[in-house]
Design a protein around this ligand. Structure first.
Ligand SMILES: Nc1nc2c(ncn2[C@@H]2O[C@H](COP(=O)(O)OP(=O)(O)O)[C@@H](O)[C@H]2O)c(=O)[nH]1
Ligand SMILES: [Mg+2]
Length: 246
């Protein structure tokens, strides 16, 4: 099961992983998670697109326990036999642990708002989600490769970035491209220039260098990245984008 962030499936799926599963001749389910953050018709379109490529696709909002029944049904229909083990893989923060939590009910797997913090899934763990179906939760087994912007969209925590400002500016640009109101909605700021937005966020929060009183744009940049991970800075890539790239 490959867990993908439906806000930006192009950046958060791994073709490398998909090809590997194909070579192993295993079944693969693409799970488009965080469907609560996109309109339903957008979720449907992504599902259609990837189904058209021959994949088994389920979209869900694991945090709201939505879509769990369809996922269960899909797993059961594809299982080559029982007991069966489903490996849950994907980039960090796509919602792997949340999905397992939603499927297994009360006994919870730990979820991770911040990789590296306590509760972050460090080792593969096995969970029983049905009498004869198990799931392996994995830490981010796929290296967060890609450029600055991609690695942030793929869940790289801002603390691990040498310079959070550039990727945060790129993220803001992308956000404004797909949702002109993203910055206004998240911060109440009516500004289009990414660097200026970071300055204003810092000013509003009183994040200034003690000596020079310049805005601490690095802090604002980390906040912007975290807010995308949290789903506070809101935008999604429309499926039409993918069609035009193919
Ligand atoms: N909006 C939204 N957020 C989600 C959903 N599923 C997970 N999250 C959030 O995404 C973050 C990462 O989730 P987690 O399960 O730890 O991801 P993992 O690193 O892939 O195991 C957490 O803050 C979750 O609350 C969802 O369906 N909708
Ligand atoms: Mg996890």
């Amino acid at each position: 099961m490959e867990v993908i962030d439906i806000r930006d499936p192009i950046s958060t799926r791994s073709r490398r992983l998909e090809r590997m599963v194909e070579r192993m001749e295993r079944e693969l389910i693409l799970v488009l998670n965080k469907a609560d953050l996109v309109p339903r018709n957008v979720a449907e379109k992504w599902k259609k697109l990837f189904s058209g490529e021959g994949y088994h696709v389920v979209y869900m909002a694991a945090r709201d326990h939505k879509g769990t029944r369809v996922l269960r049904r899909t797993i059961k229909s594809l299982a080559p036999g029982f007991p069966t083990i489903v490996a849950v893989v994907g980039f960090p923060k796509t919602g792997k642990s949340t999905i397992i939590n939603a499927l297994k009910g009360r006994h919870s797997a730990s979820t991770s708002p911040i990789p590296g913090s306590p509760g972050y899934t460090r080792h593969a763990q096995l969970y029983k989600i049905e009498p004869k179906i198990y799931m392996i939760d994995t830490p981010g087994v796929i290296p967060v490769e890609g450029g600055e912007l991609e690695s942030v969209i793929r869940g790289k925590p801002p603390e691990e970035l040498k310079d959070p400002v550039r990727p945060a500016m790129m993220l803001l640009e992308k956000a404004l491209k797909y949702n002109p109101y993203a910055v206004l909605e998240a911060y109440g700021i009516k500004e289009k220039d990414p660097y200026r937005i970071l300055e204003l966020i810092a000013f509003h929060r009183g994040w200034l260098y003690k000596t020079t009183k310049e805005p601490l744009v690095e802090e604002a940049a980390k906040t912007v990245i975290r807010d995308y991970h949290r789903g506070k800075l809101l935008f999604y890539v429309p499926p039409e984008e993918y069609l035009s790239q193919r």
